[in-house]
Ligand binder design. Structure first.
Ligand SMILES: C[S@@+](CC[C@H](N)C(=O)[O-])C[C@H]1O[C@@H](n2cnc3c(N)ncnc32)[C@H](O)[C@@H]1O
Length: 643
């Protein structure tokens, strides 16, 4: 039985897989000069031939680069040996919720989510540090020589590493920010659905670099708009030059609809009371406002010249040299449906009514998001204060209305997934719950946030919130409660009919070192003696639930699925979504348990190496399992793994 890798996918492998889909011809087998292993590799010469004249030659080409770009690219592709540990006790409605709150560095978390969420996310919103000279920017491993650190002016967090203040005196002030965002966007892109979209908040400090990076990561063609969000309503008269009233929100589609019919379609905003010009409702038609077009055309056939009697009794024909634009039958149908307009006196030339509700479902969004429509910084501050009993627990949240509007523009289906991997006070989660409350949707959110420590002097710290994750989780708890109460007040009976109860819960996970000891990855480096002395390859502090989620990540199973356990002759069997994955991590599994696992008709099975005392027992399991499931040898090999 094969071992699960317990390591994230390598970016290089993912690229190879994608390339193989479009040109398998340029793949060959070659021998690794170091290990002698024969492996699948790209025949570059063949690829070059396949691309014809479209290969960049020579030194001159359009390129956007910075110090550390290569390393950032490598970092994005590098696999990691980490896991997400579940924390049911910090979660809300652990059993039923489909929402996730993940604590950790977002690059690592994105890598961990890749297998399970690749191509499944409809909307990503991020609000990264803007690099104003005062921001803390997460230091990835890739430029971590001691000298690199010296560029930074200090301000290393208590944990002694990682989140570092990026000041303008840093010789790589822009480069470090570019590397940080580039590697994250590279991985995040993989999560987006083909008709997905990403929105990125930013200001003038890095907007230029961000746009170029987006062009490179997503393809220039998929840039949709640089939206302007009016974040303030009052002028700062003490500004040296301009009073800055806006932020940018860069909108990029995974695929542009203009080039790909499966690409992102924009969502239209609700109309409200605003009527487009030319529309009215002079006859109080219950179908709402309409406009009209003349009923005659330049070309047609003789059958399109017939007499129409107006309500006033006047007989009329099409104007000379013209034809009616519909047959007599169609005209009669439209007339009886009150779709023909003869003017308010009933004596005019007939016109065809076109109802607003039938042509356009809503308003096409503007590139400027005005504060009176989507909220401003002040409103956002008040919102979080109101949720936290008047305390200013978080600096610089975004308003819920802004995220709510972006959710509509993103054209979210009722059960789409929304990700925010710089989630701060979790405004995005709040907006997703609000959207669901209003239309009975079951959209899910995934929030990712580094447990950035709160300043000991801050109101948040004094109120007991040690880090930003504590604030984000509490915000979702409080906002969820209020939304539920509001919904109840509006609808009375919440869960009537077939509408699902509103999901205001979330499962908490924390990014941590692998569940496996080093020996799991590099057994060859350990002596036989040492191996015999090692009881197990799993770290002592890990429990069944840790192992289960580690396997789910590894095998590409989403983390929101329902879980249950069953006991058979003293061993515990974990069942994910009625059999998407079945796991047993106990020692010495009796035959009755093997039978039970097989009877569940699982898609995948994971066991622990130490479930079997000896190799012979493993073989025995293999054989019994084949018999009970009717699976072929190949199927058992593919679907049953050990850790
Ligand atoms: C500008 S705030 C986001 C605010 C959020 N939009 C809101 O409405 O509350 C950016 C957040 O990203 C977090 N952050 C920065 N680097 C991170 C990283 N590498 N991984 C995860 N979170 C990070 C910071 O701690 C900060 O809370």
């Amino acid at each position: 039985m094969e071992h699960l890798k317990q390591e994230t996918a390598s970016g290089a492998q993912l690229n190879m897989d994608a390339l193989y889909q479009i040109c398998p011809q340029c793949f060959t087998e070659s021998k690794d000069p170091k290990t002698g292993e024969v492996k699948h590799a790209v025949d570059f010469e063949k690829l070059r031939l396949l691309l014809g004249d479209n290969v960049a030659e020579g030194d001159e080409r359009y390129d956007f680069t910075w110090v550390g770009k290569r390393a950032a690219l490598q970092e994005a592709a590098k696999p990691i040996r980490k896991t997400l540990r579940p924390y049911p006790e910090e979660s809300v409605d652990w059993e039923n919720t489909k929402n996730l709150y993940i604590e950790g560095d977002n690059l690592e978390v994105l890598k961990l989510l890749q297998n399970s969420y690749m191509g499944k996310v409809k909307m990503i919103y991020i609000d990264p540090p803007y690099n104003t000279g005062n921001d803390f920017v997460y230091q990835d491993d890739f430029h971590q020589t001691k000298q690199d650190y010296d560029f930074f002016s200090g301000d290393v967090t208590e944990e002694g590493e990682r989140l570092v203040k990026n000041t303008e005196s840093n010789g790589r002030f822009h480069s470090d920010w570019c590397s940080m965002i580039y590697s994250r966007l590279m991985v995040a892109r993989n999560l987006l659905k083909e008709d997905g979209v990403i929105f990125i908040s930013i200001d003038d400090n890095e907007v230029e670099n961000l746009r170029r990076i987006c062009n490179e990561v997503f393809g220039e063609y998929n840039f949709i708009a640089n939206l302007i969000w009016q974040k303030k309503f009052s002028r700062a008269n003490d500004a040296m030059y301009f009073s800055t009233m806006h932020d940018h929100i860069i909108c990029v589609a995974k695929n542009n609809l203009a080039k790909d019919e499966k690409g992102w379609k924009i969502g239209l905003l609700p109309r409200g009371d605003e009527l487009p010009s030319g529309y009215g409702n002079p006859d109080n038609d219950p179908r709402g406002p309409w406009t009209s077009v003349i009923l005659s055309a330049k070309s047609g056939s003789p059958s399109l010249i017939y007499e129409i009697t107006t309500p006033s009794g006047r007989k009329c024909l099409p104007p000379s040299g013209r034809y009616w634009s519909c047959s007599k039958d169609t005209f009669e149908k439209w007339r009886s449906d009150n779709r023909i307009w003869f003017g308010s006196d009933g004596d005019g030339t007939p016109r065809k009514k076109t109802f607003l509700s039938e042509v356009q479902a809503g308003l096409r969004p503007n590139t400027i998001l005005f504060q009176d429509e989507v909220g401003n910084n002040q409103e956002a501050k008040q919102e979080t204060k109101a949720l936290f009993d008047g305390l200013g627990v978080f600096d610089g949240p975004k308003p819920v209305r802004l995220l709510y509007t972006l959710g509509i523009i993103a054209n979210l289906d009722k059960n789409d997934i929304v990700v925010d991997f710089f989630s701060g006070s979790a405004t995005t989660a709040h907006a997703v719950m609000q959207l669901n409350a209003e239309d009975g949707g079951t959209r899910k959110f995934i929030m990712v946030q580094w447990p950035e420590e709160c300043d000991e002097e801050s109101e948040a710290f004094k109120a007991g919130y040690k880090n930003i994750c504590d604030i984000g989780k509490e915000r979702i708890r409080r906002a969820g409660k209020i939304i539920l109460e509001e919904q109840k007040a509006k609808k009375g009976d919440l869960f009537s009919g077939d509408q699902k109860p509103l999901d205001v819960g979330f499962r908490v996970f924390k990014c941590a070192d692998s569940n496996m000891k080093d020996v799991y990855y590099t057994p060859a480096e350990y002596s036989q003696e040492l191996l015999l002395g090692l009881e197990d390859n799993i770290k002592e502090d890990r429990n069944d639930l840790d192992l289960l989620f580690g396997c789910m990540l590894d095998w590409g199973v989403t983390l929101d699925l329902p879980l249950r356990t069953e006991k058979v002759d003293g061993v515990t069997i974990h069942i994910v979504n009625d059999g998407d994955l079945v796991a047993c991590f106990d020692q010495n599994i009796p035959e009755s348990a093997i039978d039970h696992i097989a009877s569940l008709l699982p898609m995948r099975v994971v066991l622990r190496d130490s479930c079997f005392k000896e190799a012979k027992e493993k073989m025995n399991f293999f054989e019994i399992f084949k018999q009970r499931t009717g699976w072929s040898e190949e199927e058992v090999k593919k679907n049953v793994k050990v850790i």
